[in-house]
Write a protein that binds this ligand. Structure first.
Ligand SMILES: NC(=O)CC(=O)C(=O)O
Length: 320
């Protein structure tokens, strides 16, 4: 057997990654850049009207923004937090999905876990019959401090999620993250290598980080993984303490912006075609040219469980 060192010095022994299949069918994606207020009931009603509007316009999958039922701020989270699936927002989202006959990525809400009292920033996903098919708790908490820009410490109040989320839909498998999760490329890379055709991120960047990184990160995740990427923000409210960047955007597998908008309320649409992923991967075959003899395939360390949850394999957990 060749030692690892010997292998490194024999360039004719590349271990090319296996090519992963892309399974899916075309669909119309809508992102609702919702105007969010401090009135939860009003937010739920307004979200419902917009989801129905998107469906009337032919959308098959509809996405709401991060914190769509509450203003975005750690001081608001405890008051707005609800249990899932018993809470008002979960019920409202389930009926929106059913009445609109769409898959609904229901933005995120502050979730209170009954048993522990912990609060999470949680996305819930519904199928067109209104059944809850996945939950994603924000894995990477937004703790930053940019002098002269913005300081935000989600971890003062929130706990972090501990699984990745890949949702099975009749259009194909879709990965989900929330906002700051987009800054961690491993999540999107694992999703792509596990067969997801898109990553969907409800998110609320702000007027400091938005202009620097919002579109750049979406295009980076898309071009690295040759997959679709969509990020859905709340509309900007100048009277709120947190000024969301807006600019909800859908990016194609070539890193190309398919649809975007400014900071006001809007619904944006794009046709998603998995064949485009297959073409990009054929033309620029980085997908199958990876060198897993030189570095590890991060997707190999995780396994898929129930409800779209993807977690570190047990033997890896034991190693930690
Ligand atoms: N709000 C977030 O979670 C992330 C964000 O604004 C940023 O990464 O910038």
């Amino acid at each position: 057997m060749l030692s690892a060192i010997t292998k490194r010095f024999i360039p004719s022994l590349p271990v090319l990654s296996r090519s992963m299949s892309v399974a899916g069918s075309p669909f119309k994606l809508a992102l609702v850049q919702l105007a969010v207020t401090a009135d939860k009931e009003k937010n739920l009603k307004h979200a419902r009207a917009k989801v129905l509007e998107a469906s009337k316009n032919g959308a098959n999958i509809v996405v709401l923004p991060e914190c769509f039922n509450s203003p975005y701020g750690t001081n608001f989270f405890p008051d707005y937090a609800e249990t899932i699936p018993e809470g008002t927002s979960t019920k409202a989202l389930a009926s929106m999905a059913k009445d609109a006959n769409v898959y609904l990525f229901g933005g995120s809400i502050p979730e209170k876990e009954e048993a522990t009292g912990k609060i999470f920033n949680t996305l819930t996903v519904y199928d067109p019959s209104g059944s809850l098919i996945a939950t994603h708790r924000k894995v990477h908490l937004f703790d930053i401090d940019i002098p002269g820009g913005i300081r935000f410490q989600e971890s003062d109040i929130l706990s972090a999620g501990s699984w990745l989320t890949h949702v099975d839909t009749s259009y194909g498998k879709i990965g989900a993250g929330i906002c700051y999760d987009i800054r961690f490329p491993e999540m999107a890379m694992i999703a792509a290598r596990k067969g997801c055709i898109a990553m969907i991120y409800p998110g609320a960047f702000n007027t400091t980080t938005g202009p620097m990184h919002w579109e750049l990160l979406q295009r980076a995740r898309a071009v690295d993984n040759q997959m679709y990427v969509a990020a859905c923000s709340p509309a900007r409210d100048e009277s709120a303490a947190y000024h969301a960047w807006g600019h909800s955007t859908i990016v194609g597998p070539n890193g190309d912006v398919k649809a975007t908008c400014e900071e006001s309320e809007a619904i944006i649409y794009a046709e998603i075609d998995p064949q485009d992923i297959i073409n990009r991967r054929k033309h620029i075959p980085i997908y199958s040219q990876r060198r897993f003899d030189v570095y590890e395939d991060v997707a190999e360390s995780v396994e898929e469980g129930n409800n779209g949850h993807v977690s570190l394999k047990q033997d890896k957990v034991n190693e930690l």
